[in-house]
Write a protein that binds this ligand. Structure first.
Ligand SMILES: Nc1ncnc2c1ncn2[C@@H]1O[C@H](COP(=O)(O)OP(=O)(O)OP(=O)(O)O)[C@@H](O)[C@H]1O
Length: 346
């Protein structure tokens, strides 16, 4: 299943269990400023299995490009593709005259904690939205567990991977309580009873270090608390289902605007819901892999193992976090020292 905590793309008629009101998810964002209007832009999509098809020969092992170029006479190295959850392949995206992504390729494997960094306006949030299925590439391909996604996601069938997007602004519904925000998808879509969901919400809030805030409105929370509520909303799952889809969470600047202590709490929480290795494949509601877009050096250090450096529409460097500051790549060095339009904060 590809489910995304964020979309305004598909009009779906829904009956609200929280209020009994009928509303549309996915009509124009200008249509409502109510909680449900906001819901349109922040919650609940699933990729249709019809949108996915096996890529020709994709699942087969293949030669790496570097192997082909640099080592023509050697025994070819076989790349194991079985743990690739998301792949972006030569992705292009423009907005009007502005060419933002100009051939971006990378893979997110099971169990990985990946950071995307780069100067402001270079397309980091755009590539997250493309991975989530909220934007489609103009050119290039997105593969979800080896199957090519043909379009944007829709709320229909389920197939293989859940993808959650945690927005920079936390994107909570202002007129709903913390309980209703965190349990929203379950109240609306699951067969769990309200009592079961209430208990699960309390348990999930406790897991992100929040107690006794269930009845508060978002306006009564600090910025750090709002981000933790958003995190709780992204990790809560239907405990009555036997789904075994791994889940990938995409975080857009999860620590932006937070003081160092609140940042540390959020960074550690991001780590704590992450599973590595074999268990990451078959644990419903646990995060197999995550991708973080960030400008914060503390987030890079604490929450991320591997980095993708996006610059002028391309991935110009990738490597392990500890290799970043010692990289000889001049663009990386300039960015790390803050002399490019960063700023990475040390
Ligand atoms: N829906 C859109 N319509 C038009 N322009 C857009 C849209 N989304 C993004 N852009 C533009 O694309 C560029 C890249 O935006 P994006 O948010 O992906 O950058 P970013 O690297 O995440 O930036 P920052 O680090 O400042 O958050 C920006 O110039 C932005 O104004």
């Amino acid at each position: 299943m590809v489910s995304v905590t964020g979309s305004m793309l598909f009009p779906l008629k829904m009956q609200s269990r929280t209020t009994g009101r009928r509303f549309f998810v996915g009509s124009s964002s200008s249509s409502s400023s109510s909680a449900y209007g906001q819901r349109m832009s922040v919650c609940g999509c699933m990729a249709s299995s019809q949108n996915l098809r096996e890529a020709d020969g994709y699942a087969a092992a293949k030669l790496s490009d570097s192997c082909k170029l640099e080592n023509l006479n050697a025994v070819p190295e076989i790349e194991d593709e079985s743990d690739v959850l998301i792949e972006c392949k030569d992705v292009y995206k423009s907005f009007g005259e502005k060419d933002i992504l100009k051939g971006v390729s990378f893979k997110i494997r099971r169990g990985e904690a990946v950071g995307i960094i780069g100067p402001s306006g270079t397309g980091k949030s755009t590539i997250l939205k493309i991975m989530a299925g909220l934007l489609s590439p103009d050119k290039g391909e997105v593969f979800i567990r080896g199957r090519r996604r043909l379009g944007l996601i829709s709320d229909e069938e389920i197939s293989g991977l859940r993808i959650g997007l945690v927005f920079q602004s936390a994107a909570l519904f202002d007129s709903l309580t913390v309980r209703e925000n965190v349990g929203f998808l379950l109240y609306e879509n699951s067969t769990m009873s309200d009592n079961q969901i209430d208990a699960l919400v309390t348990q999930t809030l406790a897991a992100v270090g929040l107690t006794g805030v269930e009845d508060r409105l978002p306006s009564e929370l600090s910025g750090g608390m709002k981000k933790r509520v958003a995190l709780a909303r992204s990790i809560i799952f239907d405990t009555t289902k036997d789904a075994i889809e791994p889940e990938v969470l995409l975080y857009d600047e999860p620590t932006a605007g937070l003081d160092p202590i609140a940042s540390t709490v959020v960074e550690d929480l991001i780590r704590s819901v992450h599973l590595k290795g074999e268990v990451a494949l078959a644990m419903p509601g646990k995060i197999a892999s995550y991708v973080v877009v960030t400008h914060q050096h503390s987030t890079i250090r604490r929450a991320v193992d591997r980095l993708l450096f996006l610059y002028e529409g391309k991935i110009v460097w990738q490597g392990m976090t500890h290799e970043f500051t010692s990289s000889q790549n001049p663009i990386v060095q300039q960015f790390a020292s803050g002399s490019l339009d960063g700023p990475i904060k040390y």
